[in-house]
Ligand binder design. Structure first.
Ligand code: ARG
Length: 579
């Protein structure tokens, strides 16, 4: 255990139990870092209330009885009855040295390893990926990596929109263009144009409409030729999505594709199981379920449509099949849906129906990892200059171009090939980090200057802190693995502040994981880089006064760089050794 507080908490509990036997354990015995102390314990407040005493007196009594020799160098009663604790420097030094020697950097593995399905990215076939899909892809990728890091088994699922009525018109348009021409257009990612042309024909020509409707029927009926043409649309789009994923450097591959169509054969059983559960109701010709607690604006019960009047199934039906599949076939206990906030109602209705039907019950649970929109500088939805939605690939290419230009300026010594590679890490990292560092449920403004800045809460700032440490080691002529075995000395306030923060890594990772909120990890890493910068300014490393201090500071440099690299890796961001 590398957490500085746990020894304190244990001792606080024991002391309270000794002084006040029988007062129950619901007391808040946590030791939290605060502005005024390394750790603050508030147990006296609750305890005093329980036993009818003055909280400051109770606090003093506990302070006198605590046996924290070798752990705390000072215990003070403050304010209404807080206990302000200062850790012993040698204690901190010992703890951070054990983090330095731990390949897991003090991060505890999950108490129970689970099977986690993460549903993310999910663009739609023959439609452009927009920035909403970028958010889902980047946030989902970070959650995948975080879950894997603590020992969960992650099943990635890319629930692409590859089924439904629009495919009638899309297939007919493909036939009009000719397979070769259509495939070309789709594989280069000109999906918007393809979709728009189909849509336009559909609106303008009754004959095209009739063909499209007919085609939907053949598709649903499983007509082989129609399925072949449909498969072409899916394959070409998937090829394009994959090119975006590899540019982004996310873990998704075509093996993770599990689109709406994959649940097709399960849909009749969803209807049957709902009917058997007595939940299916006929409403205006459609078969629906009314989950408890959902109403429309007029306060009337809101239906989840399972089967439309024309016999077709719905988006919700495949999501229900999906819940069953993930729990019963895949054996997952946690289902994460990294989907935009506008689908909150849809997903909570699906959840409510799955619960009521008995398919989803503890320990199985479903969590909507919702996110807000990406805005332009005008605070409206991000659009390109021409007013269309921004093409993702172009955005990523621009990020790399811009990063390239700024490195060329900052570090002209890098070879062209090195610069290219570093520019990719910085440009892509900047885009991802700008997305991840904002509380996901909020909207954020897409701002090139800010995200690529080497100052502030940005990827380049963190990458730079890491690269600077690498450069210290190049000059020090000490290997990183050797450095981390040194004895650590905590003396200077700059060292102390850095060490205290390094010891928080485990709780930062778990905090981000428990809330499915990567931005909490970003905030931690930013503060780490800031404390490192201040340490570096005030505590000479290579020119330290003596060898022991130099070795200790090198050990701190090494562990800081590892935490930065490990934390950024969980966010899907690479770290260059120089930049
Ligand atoms: N394809 C959908 C969209 O673009 C997102 C699907 C999300 N996942 C799900 N299981 N419903 O909005």
């Amino acid at each position: 255990m590398t957490d500085a507080a746990s020894a304190v908490v244990e001792q606080v509990r024991a002391t309270v139990a000794r002084l006040y036997p029988g007062v129950d354990d619901a007391l808040d015995t946590a030791a939290r870092p605060s502005e005024h102390a390394d750790a603050q314990v508030n147990v006296a407040l609750g305890l005093a209330k329980r036993v009818g005493k003055n909280p400051r007196e109770v606090a003093q009594q506990i302070a006198d009885a605590l046996e924290l020799q070798g752990i705390c160098s000072r215990i003070e009663v403050a304010g209404p009855g807080f206990l302000n604790l200062t850790y012993d420097d040698a204690y901190l030094a010992r703890l951070v040295a054990s983090v330095a020697r731990d390949s897991s950097l003090g991060v505890r593995p999950a108490a129970t390893a689970e099977r986690v399905v993460i549903d993310y990215s999910a663009p739609n076939v023959a439609k452009e990926m927009h920035v909403g899909h970028l958010r889902s892809t980047v946030i989902g990728d970070a959650l995948v990596r975080m879950c894997v890091r603590v020992g969960h088994t992650v099943l990635r699922e890319n629930h692409i929109g590859d089924w439904g009525t629009p495919f009638g018109m899309l297939i007919e348009h493909l036939i009009d263009l000719g397979e070769v021409g259509a495939a070309r257009e789709l594989s280069v990612g000109d999906l918007d144009a393809f979709y728009k042309q189909a849509r336009q024909k559909f609106e303008e020509s009754e004959q095209f409409q009739a063909r499209s409707r007919h085609r939907v029927v053949s598709l649903q009926g499983g007509d082989a030729e129609t399925l072949r043409l449909w498969g072409l649309l899916v394959a070409e789009s998937a090829r394009y999505f994959d090119s975006v994923y590899s540019k982004l450097g996310v873990l998704l591959t075509n093996d993770d594709l599990r689109g709406e169509s994959a649940y097709n054969s399960l849909l009749p059983s969803v209807v049957e199981r709902l009917a058997n559960a007595g939940m299916l109701v006929t409403d205006a010709g459609a078969e629906v379920v009314f989950p408890d607690g959902f109403t429309n604006r007029d306060n009337e019960p809101l239906p989840l449509i399972i089967r439309k009047k024309d016999g077709g199934y719905n988006y919700a039906t495949s999501d229900l099949a999906c819940v069953i599949d993930r729990i019963e076939r895949l054996g997952a206990t946690l289902l994460l849906y990294v989907v935009g906030a506008p689908q909150a109602q849809h997903l909570s209705m699906v959840e409510a129906v799955a619960q009521k039907a008995g398919w989803l019950s503890p320990p199985h649970r479903m969590v909507h990892v919702a996110f807000g929109s990406v805005l332009g500088s005008d605070r409206k939805m991000l659009k390109s200059r021409s007013g269309d939605s921004v093409k993702l690939v172009e955005l990523l290419d621009e990020a790399v171009e811009r990063a390239d230009a700024s490195i060329a300026e900052k570090n002209p010594e890098l070879s062209a090939a090195e610069r290219r590679n570093v520019a990719r890490m910085i440009g892509i990292g900047a885009v991802k980090y700008a997305d991840l560092s904002n509380d996901r449920v909020k909207d954020y403004v897409f701002d090139w200057e800010r995200m690529l800045s080497f100052d502030g809460n940005t990827a380049p700032y963190l990458q730079y802190a890491h690269a600077r440490i690498c450069s210290i080691f190049r000059r020090a002529q000490v290997s990183r693995t050797e450095a981390r075995t040194a004895e650590v000395i905590v003396k200077h306030p700059g060292e102390r502040a850095l060490v205290l923060w390094l010891l928080q890594y485990d709780s930062a990772v778990w905090d981000a994981l428990d809330r499915h909120s990567p931005h909490r990890l970003c905030t931690y890493l930013y503060e780490l880089a800031t404390r490192y910068t201040s340490f570096y300014e005030h505590c000479p490393v290579l020119r330290a006064d003596d060898d022991a201090t130099r070795a200790s500071r090198l050990a701190l440099c090494d562990v800081t760089a590892r935490v930065l690299a490990d934390g950024l890796a969980m966010l899907g961001i690479e770290v260059p050794e120089q930049m």
